[in-house]
Design a protein around this ligand. Structure first.
Ligand code: GAP
Length: 513
């Protein structure tokens, strides 16, 4: 198994070679942290988005979707707090000239201590097997308690310094922890500074007082908040109800490394669920559980996910949790679930002077609803799927293959149609089959190269089923169906292809709704 850094490099190379992801403007030496999705990438991305949309919007009678504009009135971002507070603190290493986000440097330092804890746990659990009680071990083992205290102390000091915007103290913490630049290995740091992450541009003629300054939205959520009453009234929605949307968001990330994990232009899939004040923490737990179920429904093992409850809450939140995924770089945030109180609607009420309230017929009173948000990055979900799926396998005959075990529901091409040879009427028969099922699934016809090479190519793309047309097909209208993961083949009739593929795809996931 490749080590984690090598694995990420392999995934990047594979994505490019097989038409999943290309660096943006590559012929001009690319644009940092911006990527283009290729012919298979766009299909996988659409399939992930559709799966999210269907399970959130179509399968919940009290959730509807919208598609709001990327450009919004600039006061939206004043009200949401982004103009004044959507900042990251960064620090430069004077020797390597590399820039780092301070919170990420601290997070990585803490992750190293957490790794030590996990190593201790794994060592002892192997020794005691089923009788091992991890909770008890964590609370009684001296060394683990020390590690945990160190983590708590770092978090406490760092959060206090952040709250006070005390940059000198932040630098002291970095120095005290002995954090070195991963490139130069030196501790020669500049003073920390802060930076607003929103991209700005100008709209129309620039004669008004702010010169037409507007922002590219840094999250899709605000488009939902400003449309709350439009949707509630036009859809006659009753609380509790949700509004969902997917779309591009833009952030001028200071440090944009790690492929599509942190991009400057990315896509979000967000849902704001409006509830009666006082019930928000129950709904928070509900969505936390539902969202993890959604991830698990795709058949990815549960040990690839974990919850990370936030200790430090944003000023508008009264609970927050991340669903983390075990990416090649370790466990990192994939999705956030936040209990945002009434902060956003209340603030938009104040700034716009328009009432954003819900009239509750049962209580005979109106109130500003509280909000639970679920927010997942589509590109991050794409990376999670890709990094889970990428496998290098040694086969029984000594050969090797690279296969993408993408959950078949999400796979870009569902069925490859392959004539065994390019003669004897097989291509014609294969094309007829292609035409008869192309409206059921995205199929690919391929007659080039030996059959073994074509199977390898479909494995590398992640195609779950290959249909092969051979001499017997010409005699009795049967074909072989080969499964990507097991490589097993069986014979079915041409008429059974669509039903068989459909049935097998349906069996491969548990619908989450
Ligand atoms: N409306 C809440 C919100 O935007 P967030 O935690 O800043 O919360 C939500 O972002 C999700 O968007 C993250 O969990 C992550 O999956 C994705 N995301 C955030 N910044 C990203 C970036 N620079 N590149 C790719 N995905 C990103």
């Amino acid at each position: 198994m490749a080590n984690n850094e090598t694995l990420l490099k392999k995934i990047i190379a594979h994505s490019k070679e097989y038409g999943y992801i290309f660096p943006s403007s590559e012929i001009y030496d690319s644009l940092a942290a911006v990527y283009d999705y290729g012919q298979y990438g766009v299909e996988l991305k659409n399939n992930i988005r559709n799966y999210w949309w269907e399970s959130m919007v179509h399968y919940h009678e009290n959730i509807v979707g919208i598609d709001s504009a990327i450009f919004m009135h600039p006061t939206v971002w004043k009200a949401s707090g982004h103009t004044d507070a959507f900042n990251d603190i960064f620090i430069d290493n004077k020797d390597s000239k590399k820039r780092y986000r301070v919170d990420l440097l601290i997070e990585e330092h803490i992750a190293k201590i957490e790794d030590k804890i996990l190593k201790e746990i794994s060592k002892v659990s192997q020794k005691y097997g089923d009788t091992f009680d991890e909770k008890m071990f964590r609370t009684t083992n001296k060394r683990i308690i020390e590690y945990q205290n160190t983590i708590n102390e770092i978090n406490k000091k760092f959060n206090e310094a952040l709250d006070k915007k005390d940059f000198a103290e932040i630098k002291k913490i970095i120095e005290y922890l002995g954090i070195v630049c991963p490139v130069s290995g030196s501790k020669n740091w500049t003073e920390p500074r802060q930076f607003n992450l929103m991209f700005s541009t100008q709209i129309g003629s620039t004669s008004n007082e702010d010169n037409g300054l507007i922002y590219l939205r840094p999250e899709t959520a605000q488009g939902i908040f400003v449309n709350f009453l439009n949707v509630q009234k036009s859809g006659r929605m009753k609380i509790p109800f949700g509004i969902a949307q997917t779309g591009k968001a833009f952030r001028n990330e200071i440090v944009a490394r790690q492929f599509i994990f942190r991009m400057r232009e990315f896509e979000q899939m967000e849902m704001q669920f409006f509830v009666k004040p006082g019930t928000e923490l129950e709904w928070f737990s509900y969505w936390k559980e539902q969202r993890l179920k959604w991830h698990l429904s795709l058949g990815i093992p549960s040990n690839m996910f974990r919850y990370h409850d936030h200790e430090r809450l944003a000023h508008y939140a009264n609970a927050a949790c991340d669903i983390e995924f075990n990416f090649p770089m370790g466990f990192k945030e994939l999705e956030g679930i936040h209990s945002r109180t009434d902060f956003d609607l209340k603030s938009h009420e104040e700034y716009s002077g328009k009432k954003l309230r819900y009239f509750d017929n049962e209580l005979n009173e109106s109130y500003i609803p509280y909000v639970i948000e679920t927010s997942i990055g589509l590109d991050r979900m794409f990376l999670a799927i890709l990094s889970y799926s990428y496998k290098e396998e040694k086969l029984d005959d000594g050969s090797e293959r690279v296969v993408l075990n993408i959950p078949s529901l999400l796979a870009p091409i569902k069925v490859a149609i392959l004539p065994l040879v390019k003669k004897d009427g097989m291509p014609e028969k294969a094309k007829n089959i292609f035409n008869s099922i192309k409206t059921d699934f995205l199929c690919q016809y391929d007659e080039k190269d030996a059959i073994g090479r074509r199977y390898r190519r479909q494995d590398a793309i992640g195609t779950p089923y290959c249909i092969t047309i051979d001499t017997q097909t010409l005699e009795d209208d049967t074909v072989t169906i080969r499964e990507r993961d097991s490589m097993k083949q069986d014979r079915i009739t041409i008429n059974e292809i669509s039903n068989t593929v459909n049935k097998r795809i349906k069996e491969s996931y548990k619908l989450a709704c």
